[in-house]
Design a protein around this ligand. Structure first.
Ligand SMILES: Cc1cc2nc3c(=O)[nH]c(=O)nc-3n(C[C@H](O)[C@H](O)[C@H](O)COP(=O)(O)OP(=O)(O)OC[C@H]3O[C@@H](n4cnc5c(N)ncnc54)[C@H](O)[C@@H]3O)c2cc1C
Length: 485
């Protein structure tokens, strides 16, 4: 008889794990607490507008290709991908912005215009970043974080110095222009930590940004979730929504069943893609591997205040992706990581997928997604959300030189309390646990439980880390461990 695997959650990591396990002969069922699959990558549809609720930057297309290739498929079997040009626009002041286009040559020219001589330095920086990408993303991240020796290779030894310097220092060594420095520090924010706490080796994110480009699946990121769902179902995975897992039951130090909506279901193995901290609370305390003080001592990636907004007109002076770096970058970072508090003047990000993808908003309308990164665990209420909405929309109007507030048909906010309620997220984090040097690979919470036989973890709080590509890889890693155990 086939071994039965119960998977908790239906985020990217869980869906990926389900495909690998079903392909290798396990009988797989996914239990998702919400009424829609996708986890943090769920979709919101309202009044003809379509929003991705979480991820919007499709980076590292090679990781998606590699995932589908494991099933003899291609991304294009499931969704239509477009390389965005421009990739994004960064606003620094009114009439002061830099647009990042779709090829390295065009980006070198944009840099040269801002700081003479910088294109040559950028080329050297990106060559280095590409070499790091080839080591990190094509190889190291596919190792399961079981042993420190996984990180010791002939290539990493040559680059050891880059683990003891930071992105922040490295970028400042080569560039003087403040705007260029901010653009080069932006990609590592996806890893969830400050550039001044992120090793130089992680410049592979800069290669992902400038070298590989920003892509858009037509219809939005949710098309990727739907694609993997289709693949999973074709492999025989059963997916159940509105199914809250309340308990992981253990006998003789081995998993025997899970309780779903308070009903016990026997299982041979459990893979949980729900947030790691929450997953451990489904166990009796003696079977948990990490204490509350362990979690409290970790650097978590930010939470976010988000707004999904429908506008009744087309907006001008914007691109698909837009970064608003018109206020002090360092002050906002300190409010996220050092002295957690609501920022005085926040940086923010906005996307309008309807600029390039007309199916995501009604005709002559624009869908706006606004994101302010915040420290996890902050107090969250309607008044605070409203104050910050007004703050950023006023800046948005000034920087893009147009009235928009009176063109809002609706808005829906999402913040710390929603992350906790919807995803059982630890302190309402949005992107999991940060990928700092001391929270990398074998130093992250483990994929396999050391206390309970048959219990495994996947997703952005374990290996390799936050983001959609790492979540896909995490699903592959955990299924590999199961097959080899
Ligand atoms: C606002 C935002 C913007 C982002 N932007 C990007 C981006 O542009 N690009 C990028 O690559 N990444 C981005 N990310 C990160 C990326 O979305 C995540 O890293 C990834 O989706 C996490 O997937 P996961 O499978 O680890 O977890 P999740 O998606 O959180 O999945 C966990 C699932 O478990 C379910 N669950 C929890 N508890 C239970 C329970 N008891 N019973 C049953 N089910 C349960 C949850 O409902 C959820 O569906 C963003 C994230 C957010 C929130």
């Amino acid at each position: 008889m086939k071994e039965k695997v119960s998977i908790i959650g239906s985020g990217f990591a869980s869906l990926a794990a389900s495909c690998y396990l079903a392909k290798s002969g396990y009988q797989v069922t996914i239990y998702e607490k919400n009424d829609q699959i996708g986890g943090r990558a769920r979709q919101l549809q309202r009044e003809g507008f379509t929003f991705d609720m979480g991820p919007s930057w499709y980076w590292m297309p090679d990781v998606f290709e590699r995932f589908f290739a494991d099933f003899n498929k291609k991304p294009s079997d499931y969704y239509h991908l477009e390389k965005l040009n421009p990739a994004y626009k960064v606003f620094f002041e009114k009439n002061e912005s830099i647009t990042i286009e779709d090829t390295l040559e065009k980006i070198y020219s944009a840099f040269e215009k801002e700081e003479p001589g910088s294109s040559i330095k950028l080329k050297q920086f990106i060559d280095q970043a590409q070499s790091n990408y080839n080591i990190a993303i094509k190889d190291l991240v596919y190792r399961p974080g079981v042993s420190p020796f996984e990180l010791v290779t002939a290539e990493t030894i040559k680059k050891i110095g880059q683990f003891f310097s930071t992105i922040s220092k490295d970028v400042r060594k080569h560039f003087n222009n403040k705007k260029l420095i901010q653009i080069l520090e932006f990609p590592v924010l996806f890893l969830g930590a400050k550039p001044s706490d992120t090793p130089s080796f992680y410049s592979f994110m800069n290669y992902a940004d400038f070298g590989l480009g920003t892509w858009h699946p037509q219809g939005g990121m949710y098309k990727v979730i739907e694609g993997i769902e289709k693949l999973a179902i074709s492999l025989g995975v059963e997916i159940l929504t509105n199914s809250v897992v309340d308990k992981i039951n253990v006998l003789d130090r081995a998993v025997i069943s899970i309780s779903v909506n308070e009903k016990e279901i026997a299982t041979d193995l459990v893979v949980t893609g729900a947030d790691y901290h929450h997953s451990e609370t489904l166990l009796e305390p003696e079977f948990r591997q990490y204490s509350e003080s362990y979690w409290d001592s970790k650097t978590f990636a930010p939470s976010s205040l988000l707004f999904y907004v429908g506008f009744d007109k087309k907006l001008k002076n914007i691109n698909h992706h837009n970064l608003f770096f018109d206020v002090d970058f360092d002050a906002h970072s300190r409010d996220i990581y050092d002295t957690p508090q609501w920022p005085e003047e926040p940086l923010f990000y906005a996307n309008f997928t309807s600029v390039t993808d007309e199916n995501t908003a009604p005709k002559n309308c624009e869908n706006g997604f606004f994101l302010i990164p915040l420290a996890p665990g902050l107090k969250d209420n309607v008044e605070l959300r409203e104050t910050y909405f007004n703050k950023i929309l006023e800046r948005f109007e000034r920087l893009t030189d147009q009235p928009v507030i009176k063109n809002i048909i609706f808005k829906q906010s999402y913040c710390v309390n929603d992350f906790i309620k919807d995803y059982n997220s630890y302190k309402g984090n949005a992107y999991g646990m940060a990928n700092t040097l001391l929270q990398t690979a074998f130093l992250r919470p483990k994929l396999k439980s050391s206390k309970v036989e048959g219990l495994f973890f996947t997703g952005q709080l374990t290996v390799p880390g936050p983001g959609v590509p790492p979540a896909l890889i995490s699903g592959k890693l955990v299924s590999g461990l199961i097959q080899n155990s």
